[in-house]
Ligand binder design. Structure first.
Ligand code: SF4
Length: 475
């Protein structure tokens, strides 16, 4: 049988299709094979490890045969092999192909498709589509099974059919189309997409309104219905003339969208109200965590702090190399905080976005420490925690596509603070930490540790620099 061509619809195309229709179309074009970045590689290795762990459990229940081709899968199915590993299913007529991790034989003679997924929710649309396509390829009424990253095995029933059918018909149209689908910029999706360069050129040359912070694809589509397609057109609009549309309702939001367009065009900050910062002794705080743990619970391996006088050498932290030391890292952080609380009764613990506070809450629950004195102080009414992103979002409109710490700090006409390691970032740090865990050479281990500490130290220095930069807007 011929090797499946790029024009075939693979069940695994669902991931791109759910994320962005243009990405799914580009995936099918000759010569557009996207390079695999280190973070995606890490995810796929972790996925493979999870699959092997599931396989070893299933091997205790069933004799297993590994399929090597589409024909071999068919032959194993005809032989009624109880468990087929790495099956390959193909329907020539519909051009549909799927690679379920497992096919499990049932007493009624049908095979049940099953996949091992790192995700911890069975409700992810791409998972539902993929499993729905397997059921379709098998023409089975048996529920599909997913072995999730948190250890649960969940059966998915007929609801899958609708999303699988929608995917198959949508992909057929995409594959036949000579034109790439119209797309909108999405700061979260496009930044990590291998086709970013290709698309960004087009968005920028058109001055597409979706490049603006807060203008999502659906908002951009609805603005287009009233003739607003470009950033200059939005910048010149009157708040009162914009229609109320979902995600852009009410005077405040519409006015902010117009100011956002004006800010980008002029590369100027627009102040909506004076910035208010609390008075006290500031300590800057940032965490690094690893989601790819054996338990699938995030392991905060680094709780980083920058106390006064906020020099590089003042950086301090609680660090643990492995998830089984997670508790030690948490307690180390609480002890540091206990000392700072004593030394600085007017302490302000500054962080950027809600992630740090939400993580403290999760850790308190994880270790049933909600009544711990430091936890109660951190999460109580007189909490020293202060989220620096809040006053920025409330008071300033910035000439940026995103309001993340790095977006603001790296911008040359804003904070203009550059991380020492230009490659570093949240995905980079996860890749490095996972490298550290498998590294046997102690010197290399230390080198990776130092790089991660340097990255976190720059994060807390960045929040300090941001605080200094904000002083000019306290008026
Ligand atoms: S860069 Fe953005 S618009 Fe382009 S394919 Fe990727 S996700 Fe879609």
């Amino acid at each position: 049988m011929q090797k499946p061509a790029r024009s075939l619809i693979k069940a695994s195309d669902a991931a791109s299709w759910v994320s962005c229709k243009r990405r799914a179309w580009l995936d099918k074009q000759p010569g557009t094979l996207a390079a695999i970045d280190p973070f995606t590689q890490l995810l796929s290795q972790a996925g493979l490890q999870h699959e092997v762990a599931v396989l070893s459990k299933l091997e205790k229940q069933f004799p297993v045969h590994k399929a090597t081709s589409i024909e071999h899968t068919r032959s194993l199915m005809q032989q009624k092999i109880p468990l087929i590993y790495q099956a390959q299913l193909f329907d020539e007529q519909s051009g549909l192909i799927g690679y379920p991790d497992f096919l499990i034989l049932h007493s009624n003679g049908q095979y049940q498709p099953a996949d091992a997924k790192l995700a911890t929710s069975e409700n992810k649309k791409s998972i539902q589509i993929q499993l729905g396509v397997y059921r379709r390829l098998l023409a089975t009424s048996l529920p599909a099974l997913v072995f999730l990253g948190d250890g649960r095995a969940v059966e998915l029933h007929d609801d899958l059919n609708i999303c699988a059918d929608e995917f198959v018909s949508g992909m057929k149209v995409l594959i036949e189309s000579q034109q790439q689908p119209i797309a909108r910029y999405s700061h979260s999706k496009c930044r990590t997409c291998p086709y970013q360069e290709h698309c960004l050129q087009e968005f920028e040359s058109k001055q597409d309104v979706s490049l603006l912070y807060g203008i999502h694809g659906s908002v951009a589509d609805q603005l287009a219905d009233v003739g607003i397609v470009t950033i200059p057109q939005l910048a010149q609009s009157q708040t009162e003339s914009l229609p109320d549309i979902p995600h852009l309702k009410g005077y405040k939001k519409k006015h902010r969208a117009i100011l956002q367009a004006q800010s980008i065009l002029s590369d100027q900050v627009i102040q909506l109200s004076p910035i208010v910062l609390p008075q006290g002794t500031w300590i800057h705080f940032d965490i690094e965590d690893n989601p790819l743990t054996p338990s699938r619970m995030r392991h905060v391996y680094l709780w980083g702090l920058l106390p006064p006088p906020h020099r590089e050498e003042d950086f301090t932290y609680s660090w643990t190399d492995y998830e089984f030391r997670d508790y030690e890292g948490w307690i180390g952080f609480l002890k540091l905080l206990e000392t700072y609380r004593t030394n600085y009764p007017d302490l302000i613990l500054a962080h950027y976005s809600n992630h740090e506070k939400a993580t403290i809450r999760k850790y308190a629950e994880r270790y049933a420490m909600q009544k711990h004195a430091i936890v109660q102080w951190l999460l109580g009414e007189k909490s020293p925690l202060f989220d620096l992103q809040k006053p920025i979002l409330e008071s300033l409109v910035l000439p940026l596509q995103g309001y993340g710490l790095k977006d603001i700090c790296k911008h040359p006409s804003l904070v203009n603070f550059q991380w020492k390691n230009a490659e570093s970032g949240s995905q980079w740090s996860i890749v490095q930490f996972n490298r550290l865990q498998t590294e046997s050479d102690e010197m290399e281990k230390q080198r990776i540790r130092d790089a991660l500490l340097g990255y976190n130290r720059d994060d807390v220095i960045a929040t300090h620099k941001l605080t200094l930069w904000l002083q000019q807007w306290i008026r």
